[in-house]
Ligand binder design. Structure first.
Ligand SMILES: *Cc1c(COP(=O)(O)O)cnc(C)c1O
Ligand SMILES: [Zn+2]
Length: 418
């Protein structure tokens, strides 16, 4: 039984049936929200029917997803999601906070949050018998699509800017995707991908264009809900009245929209008592969504993006309106951080045993600023997301640390540098 009943445009609220549209609203180009039959879900499932499952991947949430689990044995596609949450007591103390955790999305099969979206997308591609899937990507979305596709033998084509970090390009190639490097920005690659998909009949995964990516990303909200429900039972001092505050780094705005959608699903089902607070973090040099939020408008004005956090470097965010709402409708906000603050955050997380790429550490950099500015209070329970692994961008990582000394292999040389 599928509970996927259609789409609703986030701008003009027109509803469409599942087979009627594929990407954005034909009337105004608005992003489409996937609609589920909440009554049918509620009739059939209790929260415990989900939380007692032995499937430790995002597929444990199949009853709340618009696609079925792809058949076959466990592959990376079947094992996306279910990432760990770590406590950060030393950083909490430093920031004057009582309750701080980090959810580590670098533990996904291709080492970023994007696997959630791509897993659902590839499942959808199989259901509609798409021969080829294609995406534009700054690197991670492509690596995720290439990985999930390789896992079950789906053909994938990836368009990335030629400036993408080498490790990400290596992932694309190793996973056997057809890789096209575009002499231009991510935004140029995005527009070309849409045209190419149209011309050749490929199924396009583009972020903020295909409505299924947010449905994959919402599974992080479901995991946060399960973890937080369990954590509150164990941690008596954490009041159930204070909502959890979640920090998310934002580029196109699809992760933050997806997480918001997940919490909205849970609220509609009556499975969470309060909406968590969602705080978006953007790089100063790529802050079109934060700018709109701060100007209290849903009008997204493009910027000329410049930041070392390549995964959140976007001129025109493709999911900007829903991303503004994610903060606005949850009593959250947006915070901008500089590249220097991001590099500091990489180093601080590193000292806790967590290796984040620049976009992954941006959320923690945002928390540092939010704590100093009083945007969060000392007893607020806070979760930051690390969205990607530091191994994906070693060049940026080396800017966050002092290089190691090179010495002659003698004790006297060693004594000089100790
Ligand atoms: C894609 C990405 C983001 C931002 O996600 P959006 O949906 O573009 O806002 C953040 N961090 C990492 C590591 C990413 O790959
Ligand atoms: Zn519309």
């Amino acid at each position: 039984m599928s509970t996927f009943i259609g789409y609703r445009c986030s701008l003009c609220v027109t509803q469409y049936l599942p087979g009627q549209v594929t990407y954005t609203c034909p009337k105004d180009g608005g992003n489409l929200d996937v609609e589920l039959d909440y009554d049918a879900i509620r009739k059939k499932y209790q929260p415990e029917d989900i939380t007692s499952r032995r499937d430790f991947s995002l597929w444990r949430y199949e009853p709340l997803l618009p696609v079925g689990v792809p058949k076959g044995e466990a592959t990376p596609l079947h094992l996306a999601g279910w990432t760990p949450v770590f406590g950060l007591p030393r950083l909490a103390e430093k920031l004057g906070l009582k309750h701080l955790w980090l959810k580590d999305e670098s533990r996904n099969p291709s080492a970023s949050f994007k696997d959630r979206a791509s897993a659902i997308l590839v499942a959808r591609a199989q259901e509609i018998n798409a021969e080829v899937v294609v995406t534009a990507s700054t690197g991670n979305a492509g690596a995720a699509l290439a990985c999930m596709s390789a896992a079950i033998g789906q053909k994938a084509i990836i368009f990335a800017p030629k400036s993408a970090p080498p490790a990400k390009v290596a992932q694309l190639l190793i996973f056997g995707a057809k890789v096209i490097l575009v002499d231009g920005t991510y935004d140029d690659a995005f527009d070309l991908t849409v045209k190419a998909a149209d011309e050749f009949g490929w199924y396009c995964r583009n972020t903020g264009y295909n409505p299924f990516t947010a449905e994959g990303k919402k599974t992080a909200a479901f995991e946060i809900w399960e973890w937080w429900t369990a954590a509150q039972k164990q941690e008596a001092p954490v009041s159930t009245q204070t909502p959890l505050t979640v920090f998310v780094s934002v580029g196109d705005g699809n992760i933050i929209s997806g997480i918001h959608k997940g919490f909205k699903d849970l609220l509609a089902l009556g499975w969470i008592p309060v909406m968590p607070r969602i705080i978006g973090v953007q790089a100063e040099g790529s802050a079109a969504i934060a700018n709109a939020f701060q100007a209290n408008t849903e009008e997204i004005t493009p910027v000329s993006a410049r930041t070392l956090a390549d995964s959140i470097s976007v001129d025109l965010p493709r999911d900007g309106v829903r991303a503004v709402r994610a903060a606005k409708e949850t009593n959250g906000t947006y915070i901008k951080v500089s590249d220097d603050e991001i590099l500091k955050a990489i180093a601080e997380l590193g000292r806790m045993g967590i290796f984040a790429e620049p976009a992954g550490a941006a959320s923690y950099a945002g928390l540092v600023k939010a704590a100093a500015a009083g945007v969060v209070r000392s007893d607020d329970p806070i979760l930051v997301l690390n969205t990607g692994s530091g191994l994906k961008d070693v060049k940026a990582a080396m800017q966050a640390v002092v290089e190691a000394p090179v010495i002659k292999p003698t004790l006297s040389a060693l004594k000089k540098v100790l």
